[in-house]
Structure formats: C-alpha cells, structure tokens
Design a protein around this ligand. Structure first.
Ligand SMILES: [Zn+2]
Length: 367
C-alpha cells in the first residue's frame, strides 16, 4: 500500500505519458480490427474463416492503464462473439449460424409423354437406360398410366434412382436399400450432403448413383370397373382376344380351383399380348401372387385384364403400352409350376372368366 502510493507519486508524470502512447497504439489497432470485421461480416460464409485469421497480437499495455484495459476487453468480446459463430463445439447444435443443411440442388430434364412413347423409346431418346428412366420415376412401377400423354417424367443425369427422403432415413439405411456405398451418395454433389453432418432433409430427393430398382414394386392390378370409373387409360383393348401362345395342348382346364388355363409349352416359347393394353405388372410375383413366378399383367382399359404366369422371360416394363399380338415374354417354369407352361387368365372386373370362352379354335388335352 505504502509502496504503491510512493510509486504513483514518484512516476506519476511518466505514467500519463505512457497512457497517452498506449491509447494511441490501441486506437490504431481497433481501427484496423473494426475495418476488417466490418467488411467480412457482410459475407457471412467468408467471415467464419476470415475471423480466425484476424491479427491477434493486440497490444498489452502496462497494467496500470485501466481505461485502456477495458477498451481491449471490449474489443476481445466483440471478436469472441464472432468466434462463436464459427465454433461448432460451443454452439448448441441446431444453430442456424453454425450449420444449415442445404436441400439438394438438382436440375433434372423432364420429358412430357406423347402419343406413342414407351419407357424404351424415351430412354433411348435421352441416352439413358430404361432402368434409369424407371429409377427417376419410381411411380412408373405403380401407376402404369403415368405413360399417358402429357405426363411429365424425370430424366436423371446419371444412371441411378431418385430416392425421396423419409423422416428417420439415414444414409446408411438408404445405401443398404440400393446396395451402394454411402460415399457414392455423398460424392454426388447436387445432393448437397455437407461434411460433417451429411444431414438429410425429409421430403427432398437424393439421386442414388449406380442404383437400380431391380424388382418392380408390386401393386395388385386394378381393373377400370373397380376404380370408380375415374381411371382413364391411354389405350383401350379391342375386347377380343388372340391366343397368347402358339400351342393348343392344355395340361389344366378352367375349373373352380383353377380359374385359368395351363398351356404346355417348351421353355422359352414366345408369349403374345392377347389384346391391346397397358402393362401394369412385369416382374417376379410377390405376396399372394407368389405362386405365379415371373408374371406379366396387362390391363386392357375396358375392364379386362390378362395374366401371363410362370414366365422365363419378361420383355416389357410396367407402363408400357402393348398391342394385340405383341411379343411380351417367354414361357417358363418359375413359381409354383411342375413343368414349362403358360398359366393364362382373363379377368373381367376382377372376376376370372374361362379363357376358352374368349379364345377361338379347338384345343386338346395334353394327356
Ligand atoms: Zn395354372
């Protein structure tokens, strides 16, 4: 106590001088900082990085100069406030200033369906695979009438599948579904998945490069008669039917437990569309249709549907329009079948008719 007072008394004059010098120094330093921060903050992205490279050597004047001390502290506080903006570890997590997930920024071409388009012709037009056309329009599998004139289809810029993010989706789970790596999804830049969070935004869409929808999604085909009459079909069948195969030898006729006919055919024989219509299913059958094996269903737009089962080959895609007599697949022995044959059904408003009542010409039993 005694010493300090003596010290102050003794060096009072020098201290005033020191204080003036220190304040001058500090003033110039603050001016620089203010200028720096002022310009950088207008660009918030650059400010984060710029702030960390600010000159830190703020002059530490002599302890005695308390006025200068408070000024320096205030300068530090304003800097510290800026620092928090870029400091992920200190900020509470969903802090809009630290990290904002960017929605994907895709720019897809779209194709407006015209009269005679099929998935095959559209894919060819854009130089993509039919898988990718389906991958960009997953509903194509479910809603065959998407190929109706005027429908808009997404054309993906790379081979892959367009995935709509659902709440709770994780990158790992999505990668698993499509059997691709998480990196493949992240590295596709328009997905805008940013390090380090790679946050997904529900209801946005990710392109999954390299993925394909291997198996078409099964939707039990509905005939027009059962859909309230609102469904409009691009094509309507003739209402008459031609034989779907060349053979006429039946291993099983139509009866209560088998509302269909089984036509014995060598493996790989051609299968034709019995009438004009829209393919509503073309894949290995699932669920209650499991026994059908590889199955094609054609909706003829007039209440009639035809089913072609146990196929070894499928030449059509869901949504494709086929004309009466078109080659659509090949006979086989898939599903619950004890030898190569075609299981053929004609349904009218979901009721299975005896196909022989709609097909002309003589048949025989194979036995
Ligand atoms: Zn059968």
């Amino acid at each position: 106590m005694e010493n300090e007072r003596t010290f102050g008394q003794r060096y009072g004059g020098q201290m005033v001088l020191l204080a003036v010098v220190a304040l001058l120094l500090l003033g110039s330093q603050l001016g620089r900082i203010g200028l720096f921060a002022g310009t950088e903050v207008t660009d918030t992205v650059a400010a984060d990085t710029a702030v960390t490279t600010l000159p830190t050597p703020i002059p530490q004047p002599e302890q005695e100069i308390t006025a200068a001390d408070t000024a320096v502290t205030q300068a530090n506080i304003s800097l510290a406030a800026l620092h928090v903006i870029s400091d992920d570890s200190l900020a509470p997590l969903p802090n809009p200033h630290t990290y904002t997930a960017q929605p994907p920024s895709h720019h897809f071409q779209t194709h407006v369906v015209t009269g005679n388009d099929t998935p095959g012709t559209i894919a060819e037009q854009y130089g993509i695979s039919t898988d990718t056309l389906i991958g960009g329009n997953p509903n194509l599998n479910r809603e065959a009438n998407l190929l109706q004139t005027g429908a808009e289809l997404v054309i993906l810029p790379v081979d892959g599948v367009l995935h709509t993010v659902k709440p709770g989706d994780t990158l790992e789970a999505i990668a698993d579904i499509y059997d691709v790596s998480v990196e493949d999804i992240i590295n596709y830049e328009p997905n805008n998945l940013e390090y380090p969070f790679f946050r997904l935004i529900p209801e946005t869409q990710l392109v999954i490069p390299g993925a394909s929808i291997g198996q078409f999604y099964f939707k039990a085909p509905k005939s027009v008669g059962n859909s309230g009459g609102e469904q409009k079909w691009a094509v309507v069948g003739t209402g008459t039917f031609v034989w779907p195969v060349n053979g006429r030898c039946l291993t099983q006729f139509y009866h209560g437990f088998h509302p269909a006919i089984d036509v014995s055919m060598a493996e790989g024989s051609p299968v034709y569309a019995a009438d004009t219509g829209t393919v509503t299913y073309a894949s290995y059958a699932a669920g209650t249709y499991y026994d059908y094996g590889n199955l094609i269903v054609v909706n003829h737009g007039n209440g009639y549907e035809t089913f072609y089962a146990h196929l070894s080959g499928i030449n059509v895609y869901p949504g494709q329009i086929v004309n009466q007599g078109d080659l659509i697949g090949a006979t086989g022995n898939t599903g619950r079948s004890s030898g190569p044959h075609l299981h053929f059904e004609i349904r009218l408003n979901d009721f299975r008719l005896n196909p022989l009542d709609r097909l002309s010409g003589p048949v025989k039993s194979c036995n």
